[in-house]
Design a binder for this molecule. Structure first.
Ligand code: NAI
Length: 385
């Protein structure tokens, strides 16, 4: 089977997320890294692209050059990943969708709800995939949690508790460091800092697993480091469209917490607990039963979990492999489209533009509610009301 061609914008040398994408896209041999505009400095981007093995004419200096170059080719890339800073996502994603490319955009997909709606419409009218990299939803046991909820193991979901709380911006002496400061500056970061950066991962994971969307929320947002204009901590209460209650905590000043992404789901027949820093174990407590540990890779869990488990039980599996599962879903979706067949339903789990849009609506809702001392507000984008 011919490999699909993959291109990347952003993710240059020294970037935080670029290597995880390259590892993820390359893992299964479904994609060949073919084109890139990797850096905001044209020469550095070209040079790094060539060092990573791109042909000289496909190691571009700039995303517009890449758009023109790839559009003109018969063997254009099948998928473009956008892993640049947030404020550029909208215009790059829009331009590539309009030119007929499938796109995987980093989160947050856009800076406003209106832009998010435009991307959703564009993806629908062009028939192109616009996926959003909520990459943690690619973990095998996260998919197993979703499968357990969907098949009714937990019964009706009463409560979901999500956290994404780390301590990496806790040093007040470091608050003026330019690499940190922009994140809390409304002119550069928009209406929210910590919720828009990390809270949306936790919210997406909660919605993904329980199969319900947030409808209303009330937020308590604070800047624990008082020089910050945007929040470095938020506690958000939520209601979901299937009746679940949500509790979400996100923080960047939680010293001692590392990545700090966790999910707990409590249903009428059982409860689940999972933590991203220990992704190979899922804790399951059936009503009136005993606490059980479900090990990733044990086999026979669910089609969704078995398909996304890559190394044998007992060996650690981590974040780039979760990203690989998003890429595997996309490879299956693109191939199914090319071959005119239905895609494998166990692969049809990659996060969509609609998820990116819902996140943006939640970001603005959190900002609005936080300013109004926690008043309950609509968490849905106007398009889905
Ligand atoms: P970074 O600042 O470490 O790297 C950004 C890269 O993009 C650099 O190589 C830079 O030269 C390049 N770049 C900037 N403007 C560009 C342009 N116009 N054209 C081409 N290249 C350009 O940023 P980081 O942390 O890698 O974040 C990138 C994106 O990924 C952000 O949107 C962030 O929110 C997201 N992210 C997502 C994560 C996830 O788990 N899904 C985790 C970390 C970041």
């Amino acid at each position: 089977m011919a490999k699909l061609k993959w291109g990347m914008i952003g993710g240059g040398e020294g970037s935080q997320i670029g290597p995880a994408h390259r590892l993820g896209a390359g893992l299964d041999g479904a994609f060949e890294f073919t084109a890139g505009a990797l850096d905001h400095r044209a020469d550095a981007g070209r040079a790094y692209g060539q060092r990573l093995g791109l042909a000289t004419d496909r190691a571009y200096g700039d995303w517009r050059e890449m758009l023109a170059g790839e559009t003109a080719r018969d063997d254009r890339v099948d998928l473009v990943t956008v892993a640049t800073p947030n404020a550029t996502h909208f215009e790059i994603t829009k331009a590539f969708l309009e030119a007929g490319f499938h796109v995987l955009c980093e989160k947050p997909m856009t800076m406003t709800v209106e832009e998010g709606e435009e991307i959703v419409r564009l993806s629908e009218t062009t028939g192109r995939i616009c996926a959003v990299n909520y990459g943690y939803s690619g973990y095998s046991l996260v998919r197993h949690m979703k499968a357990m909820v969907a098949r009714g193991d937990l019964g009706d979901i009463r409560l979901v508790k999500a956290e994404f709380a780390h301590g990496h911006h806790a040093d007040a002496a470091d608050a003026d460091n330019p690499r940190v400061r922009w994140r809390y500056d409304p002119a550069q970061a928009g209406v929210s800092a910590q919720f828009a950066d990390c809270g949306i991962h936790a919210l997406h994971m909660a919605s993904f697993v329980i199969g319900q969307e947030a409808t209303r929320l009330s937020a308590d947002t604070v800047s624990c480091i008082s020089s910050r204009q945007l929040e470095d901590d938020a506690m958000v209460n939520l209601r979901f469209d299937g009746g679940a209650v949500g509790r979400l905590w996100t923080s960047s000043v939680a010293l001692g917490r590392q990545h700090g992404l966790t999910l707990q789901v409590f249903g009428e027949k059982g409860g689940l607990r999972w933590a991203q820093e220990h992704p190979n174990q899922l804790y399951w407590m059936p009503l009136n039963g005993r606490l059980e540990v479900i090990e990733r890779g044990a086999g026979g869990l669910s089609p969704e979990a078995d398909r996304t488990s890559r190394v044998t039980v007992g060996h650690a599996e981590g974040m780039p492999l979760a990203f690989a599962n998003i890429y595997a879903d996309l490879a299956e979706a693109i191939r199914a489209g090319k071959e005119g067949r239905m895609m494998d339903p166990a692969a049809d789990l990659y996060p969509r533009a609609s998820d990116g849009l819902r996140s943006m609506a939640a970001v603005f809702a959190v900002a609005e509610s936080g300013k109004a001392e926690g008043v309950w507000v609509d968490a849905r984008p106007p398009m889905y009301r």
